[in-house]
Write a protein that binds this ligand. Structure first.
Ligand SMILES: [Ca+2]
Ligand SMILES: [Ca+2]
Length: 354
C-alpha cells in the first residue's frame, strides 16, 4: 500500500481562486501543473510498458507481464519518476493526491481511461475538458467541438479560467472567427466552416487571390488595366531620395541607398554610377578614381625640398626626415661634426603612404 496523506489541504490549495494575471505568467496554474503531472504519468506508463518482458511469448511471461501491468510495483515506478527531486510543487502535488492516482490505477482505469479527464477535470476540478472554459466548464464560443470555428483560440480553453471568447487567428474576425479581415477574402464559407485566404500583396481589399481581384489597391500600388500594379516611385518628377542617395524601386515601395563616397550625386551603386566626382577624384573609364596629385608635372608641394605623398582624395606634403621646417622650405640640416659628411647629406625619405 502507498502511504496515505490527507488530501483535503491539497484540494483546498488547488481550488483557491487563480492568481492575478501578472503572477499567473510566473507561476503555472493548478491546471497546468495537473496537466504536466498527467503527461509525465502517461510517459511513465509508456516507459514501463515493455519492462519485465523478455521478448518471448511463453505462458509464464504472459502471466508475469499481465500481473506487472496492473501491479502496484509498476504504479510505484511510475510515481517515482513523476517529479524531479528539487521540484517542490510537483512533489507536493503527488504526495497530496497519491491515493487518487492509486485508486485510478487499481480500480478506475478501465472505466475512465483518460487520466487527465478523470484526475484534473472530474476529481481535482482544476481543468476543464478541451473546448470548455471557466469555473463551470462551459462550452467555448462556437461550441466545444470546434471552438471559434477552428479559426481562433477560446479564452480559458481547457482551464477553469477565461471567458470563452475567441481570439481569432490572423485573417479572421467576428465573435466566432468566421469573417475575414481586410487583406483577406473568403475562400470558403458554409454552415460550419469558414476559410479566409490572404489577398495578393497589391490589394488592400479583394475578392480573390490575384492582383486582378483587388477592390482597393494597397499603398504603393495603382489600378492599371484592371489590375493593381507597382508604382515606380523613382520615376517621379521630384525624386524621393536625397542628393547623396539613389533610388531603387521595389514592389509596393522604394528604397533610398547612399551613393558611393566618391560620388557627388549618383544613379546607382558604386563608384561607376556617379553623376560627378567629389573633389580629389576624377572619372577614369567611367569610375570616380583618386587623382594622383603628386604626379603633376612641376609638383604640387609649395616648399622647397618637400616630399609629396598621394592619399585617397587628397595628398600631403612633408619635409624629409631630419629636415627642419621653415616658412617656405625644408631646411637641410647642418652636417654634424663627424657623423654626416657633406657627400652624404640626408637619408632618403621613406616612401610610405601616409
Ligand atoms: Ca514601387
Ligand atoms: Ca589623391
Amino acid at each position: 500500500m502507498l502511504p496515505r496523506a490527507p488530501a483535503a489541504l491539497g484540494l483546498l490549495l488547488l481550488l483557491l481562486p487563480p492568481p492575478p494575471p501578472g503572477e499567473a505568467t510566473k507561476k503555472p496554474t493548478p491546471c497546468k501543473r495537473c496537466r504536466e503531472l498527467v503527461d509525465k504519468f502517461n510517459q511513465g506508463m509508456v516507459d514501463t510498458a515493455k519492462k519485465n518482458f523478455g521478448g518471448g511469448n511463453t505462458a509464464w511471461e504472459e502471466k508475469t507481464l499481465s500481473k506487472y501491468e496492473f501491479s502496484e510495483v509498476r504504479l510505484l515506478e511510475i510515481v517515482e519518476g513523476l517529479c524531479g527531486s528539487s521540484d517542490f510543487e510537483c512533489n507536493q502535488l503527488v504526495e497530496e493526491h497519491e491515493e487518487h492516482l492509486e485508486a485510478w490505477w487499481l480500480q478506475l482505469k478501465k472505466k475512465y481511461p483518460d487520466l487527465f479527464e478523470w484526475f484534473c477535470v472530474k476529481t481535482l476540478k482544476v481543468c476543464c475538458s478541451p473546448g470548455t472554459y471557466g469555473p463551470n466548464c462551459l462550452a467555448c464560443q462556437g461550441g466545444s467541438e470546434r471552438p471559434c470555428s477552428g479559426n481562433g483560440l477560446c479564452s480559458g480553453d481547457g482551464s477553469r479560467q477565461g471567458d470563452g471568447t475567441c481570439q481569432c487567428h490572423l485573417g479572421y474576425q467576428g465573435p466566432l472567427c468566421t469573417d475575414c479581415t481586410a487583406g483577406y477574402f473568403s475562400a470558403l464559407r458554409n454552415a460550419t466552416h469558414s476559410v479566409c485566404t490572404a489577398c495578393d500583396e497589391s490589394c488592400k481589399t479583394c475578392t480573390g487571390p490575384t492582383s486582378r481581384d483587388c477592390g482597393q489597391c494597397e499603398a504603393g500600388w495603382v489600378q492599371e488595366d484592371g489590375a493593381c500594379v507597382d508604382v515606380d516611385e523613382c520615376a517621379a518628377e521630384t525624386p524621393p531620395c536625397g542628393d547623396t542617395q539613389y533610388c531603387e524601386n521595389v514592389s509596393g515601395s522604394f528604397v533610398c541607398e547612399e551613393c558611393d563616397p566618391t560620388c557627388m550625386g549618383c544613379t546607382g551603386k558604386g563608384p561607376g554610377h556617379c553623376k560627378e566626382c567629389v573633389p580629389g577624384y576624377a572619372k577614369e573609364s567611367g569610375q570616380c578614381t583618386d587623382v594622383d596629385e603628386c604626379a603633376h608635372a612641376g609638383g604640387v608641394c609649395p616648399r622647397r625640398n618637400e616630399n609629396c605623398y598621394n592619399t585617397p582624395g587628397s595628398f600631403v606634403c612633408v619635409c624629409p626626415e631630419g629636415f627642419e621646417e621653415a616658412e617656405d622650405a625644408c631646411m637641410q640640416p647642418r652636417p654634424a661634426r663627424d657623423e654626416a659628411t657633406e657627400e652624404n647629406p640626408a637619408p632618403p625619405p621613406s616612401r610610405e603612404d601616409l
